[in-house]
Design a protein around this ligand. Structure first.
Ligand SMILES: CC(C)(COP(=O)(O)OP(=O)(O)OC[C@H]1O[C@@H](n2cnc3c(N)ncnc32)[C@H](O)[C@@H]1OP(=O)(O)O)[C@@H](O)C(=O)NCCC(=O)NCCS
Length: 189
């Protein structure tokens, strides 16, 4: 993803901080490996071994230099990692967002706060016009997280992605960046 900097920013929300993954965060990756959904829809390993979890953390450090995008640990206000959020290149001036919070840390507002912090930063990136995320219709928590961060549901993508080997429908949510909104206002005015 081309941008002005190859340094991962530190982003502050009200309840979380988005920061670089550290090897000391390994336990939260191991917890995520035991989740029924997270390993099916992310690159979190399917087994909860420490070696695999550390390899996951090292892969996150490659995301920015390789041009894939920005991968952050979501940390609570005591700096303990509770989950993950990433912004990844999706072609042209689009980027897609993905996130998860470890099961023991849910329903505390962490995902919504993390997405709000990431979005507030990303909508000011000059090289982006559009942020997207895909949510299974049954994932009410994630739909709510998206809406809390100002994403709008644009439609249902049928059989968009295989999850656990089965085709699944996904809602497409999107939020335009400031640059794209300004361009749209210029074109209509
Ligand atoms: C979806 C997920 C990220 C939500 O994380 P979270 O930290 O528990 O979410 P928050 O605490 O920020 O909740 C935000 C809102 O969603 C609601 N919510 C969260 N989980 C919910 C659930 N399972 N059912 C209904 N509402 C839910 C909260 O009540 C809150 O609502 P409010 O804004 O009205 O107060 C988390 O459950 C998760 O990681 N799931 C597995 C992976 C996943 O689904 N990732 C997203 C893929 S698109």
């Amino acid at each position: 993803m081309s941008d002005e900097s190859l340094t991962l920013p530190d982003l502050a929300g009200e309840r979380v901080r988005l920061r670089e993954w550290r090897e000391t965060d390994v336990a939260v990756v191991q917890e995520a490996s035991r989740d029924a959904l997270i390993p099916l829809v992310t690159t979190v390993p399917q087994t909860a071994g420490e070696v695999e979890a550390l390899a996951f953390i090292r892969r996150q450090h490659d995301r920015l230099p390789s041009g894939a995008g920005y991968a952050f640990a979501v940390a609570d206000l005591e700096d303990r990692a509770v989950g993950h959020i990433g912004l990844f290149a999706a072609g042209d001036a689009r980027a897609s967002v993905g996130y998860w919070i470890a099961a023991s840390q849910r329903r505390r507002g962490y995902a919504a706060d993390a997405l709000i912090a990431l979005t507030s930063w990303a909508i000011r990136r000059e090289h982006l016009d559009r942020l997207e995320l895909y949510v299974e219709p049954s994932n009410q928590g994630s739909c709510r997280v998206a809406e809390r961060a100002g994403f709008e549901r644009e439609g249902l993508l049928r059989a968009w992605k295989r999850v656990g080997g089965r085709p699944r429908d996904m809602y497409m949510y999107a939020r335009l960046t400031e640059r794209a909104r300004a361009a749209a206002a210029d074109a209509s005015g």
